[in-house]
Design a binder for this molecule. Structure first.
Ligand SMILES: N[C@@H](CCC[C@H](N)C(=O)O)C(=O)O
Length: 276
């Protein structure tokens, strides 16, 4: 079968986006792994599949697969690219789009200047929502990565994140410690690992080692998780600019019970077709 796709990115976090509204498309794990391979396939961090909604109150259903073939609950940068894709393809003309995801519904608001704001819903700090096992100490949780003890804030923004505040962002630490914590026995479904350097109450530097992918140029849900963790710990104010390797995201969270709002760009790179 010849598969039509669009290559997109949100701050360098890259996607293959497929229209499964106009034509039914299904993928198995092996196909996703092959398509995601940057030598043998197209190459991407996540595959985004745009489907018709199952809930009549929603506009679309949105399925997300990591490059290792695992299906996940949420993808912040992907959500902004999803909005641009459905508008560019004229699958909708709405600028407020309600979308069904594996974790529930999200709302996308398309702004001028190519920006999209995503209402990501409320975060959870409950261990059962991540899930993970550990006991807190002063609001932080201790976790061993090799011989070194780290202190993290676990946050679910639909998908699971462990946020670690560091003084410096070091390449070796992000990749080695990120990989160890991603697959740590305390996180039976694995976890995304964020390394956050606080510059001021409204600015952070952030690198994210993503579950099922490795370090990416940017992670939207990772930025939301880091800001929410920082606000909860008293380090950050409600509106924060997160500087990621691929550029900036603007995150707003007014506290418990309120939704996280994430604003950033979405870009189309090219269209293509490939044998599946
Ligand atoms: N890149 C994403 C997150 C994608 C999912 C993540 N790797 C997971 O397994 O939960 C984003 O922009 O949020």
């Amino acid at each position: 079968m010849l598969l039509k796709f669009t290559k997109m990115h949100g701050l360098g976090n890259d996607f293959v986006v497929v229209d499964a509204v106009s034509r039914k498309v299904f993928f198995n794990k092996q196909q996703i792994e092959r398509l995601s391979d940057r030598n043998w396939g197209i190459g991407f961090d996540q595959l985004l599949v745009v489907e018709p909604p199952t809930d009549p109150d929603m506009d679309f259903r949105y399925r997300i697969y990591n490059s290792d073939g695992s299906e996940v609950e949420h993808c912040g940068n992907g959500a902004r690219c999803f909005a641009k894709f459905v508008l560019d393809r004229e699958l909708t003309n709405k600028r407020i789009i309600n979308v069904e995801t594996k974790r529930g519904s999200i709302q996308l608001r398309v702004l001028d200047a190519g920006l999209v704001t995503v209402d990501m819903g409320s975060p959870s700090f409950e261990p059962q929502d991540l899930p993970f096992t550990a006991d807190p100490c002063n609001g932080l949780y201790s976790i061993m990565a090799g011989d070194t003890e780290y202190f993290m804030t676990p946050v679910s923004v639909g998908n699971p994140h462990a946020v670690i505040k560091v003084d410096q962002l070091l390449d070796e630490e992000v990749t080695r410690v990120g990989a160890l914590i991603e697959c740590h026995e305390r996180f039976p479904r694995k976890v995304n690992v964020g390394f956050m350097q606080v510059i001021s109450p409204d600015e952070i530097n952030l690198r994210v080692y993503e579950r099922g992918v490795g370090e990416t140029q940017a992670c939207g849900t990772g930025a939301c998780a880091a800001v929410v963790a920082g606000i909860k710990q008293g380090w950050l104010s409600p509106k924060v600019t997160a500087h990621l390797r691929g550029g900036d995201l603007h995150i707003e969270w007014q506290g418990e019970g309120t939704p996280i709002l994430m604003t950033g760009p979405a870009e189309k790179v090219f269209e293509g077709q490939i044998y599946l």
